[in-house]
Design a protein around this ligand. Structure first.
Ligand SMILES: O=C(O)CCC(=O)C(=O)O
Ligand SMILES: [Fe+2]
Length: 288
């Protein structure tokens, strides 16, 4: 897929994301792609039961495994402008960032507002850098009435408060085909739907490559399934060692599982970043 915004706009988006905690980019996908994704999603919405629990909300429907249930959404997961932004925000604190979650979200008419939260809450520790960025793709127009996401700008500079003043939230209104990007540390929630039609969006979120993923990508896309994906998508979901030596299979890059035949045994193979490789080489030559 082609880059849709200029380098200057990309830079501005990163700056806004850092300062306000969110940014909206309109017209990020073609009408054809949007219509394909929307049709693929609809057949699964028709058969997926409503959510349970106060976080997801009982008047919403959600499902995962998007990369296979709605294959056209692979283009959204790999969108080059989003990759640029994810690299800027997450890149400095990991070897590579990963897909954390793919989820279709439909808010039905009458749904109340979701509780304010932060998407980084599942990693329960003090954080000195961003762990996650979230992208909400508008599959329908997002409006004040139909439950557009609510965001508390600059909330990432304060600690979490679930009793936020609604008057201070922005309503992420955007035409379908737009992307709302926000930090895992920013307080937000799905809005109440007071309209007579549902509001549909897709969440693709990205996290530091060394974290446990919200959606277990290896269960959603086991090797036989992942083998059918393009290589950059295989790597994005985690079929790639996070250097040094994290997340392997039989002490090898897990991409060995994507080959047609797998030997019964494998030698353990180091996968180290250049600086560790150099340090170890220097030690070896000292010892020689
Ligand atoms: O549906 C929305 O607008 C937001 C959903 C959300 O924030 C979540 O489920 O974590
Ligand atoms: Fe959220």
């Amino acid at each position: 897929m082609k880059q849709r915004i200029t380098q200057l706009k990309r830079r501005k988006a990163v700056d806004t994301l850092r300062s306000k905690g969110y940014v909206i980019l309109e017209n990020m996908i073609s009408p054809d792609l949007l219509s394909n994704v929307s049709q693929e999603l609809d057949q699964w919405f028709a058969k997926t039961p409503r959510c349970q629990g106060d976080f997801y909300g009982e008047d919403t429907t959600r499902y995962g495994s998007l990369l296979t249930k709605a294959p056209s959404s692979q283009d959204l997961a790999l969108h080059p402008d989003i990759s640029y932004i994810a690299d800027e925000i997450l890149g400095p604190n990991c070897d590579w960032y990963q897909l954390n979650l793919g989820q279709a979200v439909r808010i039905h008419p009458g749904a109340p507002q979701q509780p304010p939260h932060r998407d980084e809450e599942m990693w329960p520790c003090p954080k000195s850098c961003e762990y996650l960025i979230n992208v909400m793709w508008a599959i329908d127009d997002f409006t004040l009435e139909n439950g557009a996401t609510r965001i508390w700008p600059r909330s990432h500079f304060a600690s979490l408060n679930r009793d936020m003043d609604e008057a201070e939230a922005i309503v992420a209104e955007m035409p379908k085909g737009s992307a709302l990007i926000f930090l895992g540390s920013v307080t937000h929630c799905g809005g109440a739907n007071r309209y007579f039609e549902h509001r549909t969006g897709i969440i693709f979120s990205y996290s530091l490559g060394w974290l446990k993923q919200y959606e277990n990508q290896f269960l959603a896309y086991p090797p036989k399934v992942a083998a059918t994906f393009p290589p950059e998508l295989q790597a994005l979901i985690g079929y790639k060692v996070h250097r040094p030596n994290l997340g392997g299979y039989e002490n090898n890059c897990p991409s060995v599982l994507l080959q047609e035949t797998l030997p019964e045994t494998l030698p353990a193979v180091d996968c180290l970043p250049p600086e560790i490789e150099q340090q170890l080489a220097a030690l070896r030559s000292q010892a020689a």
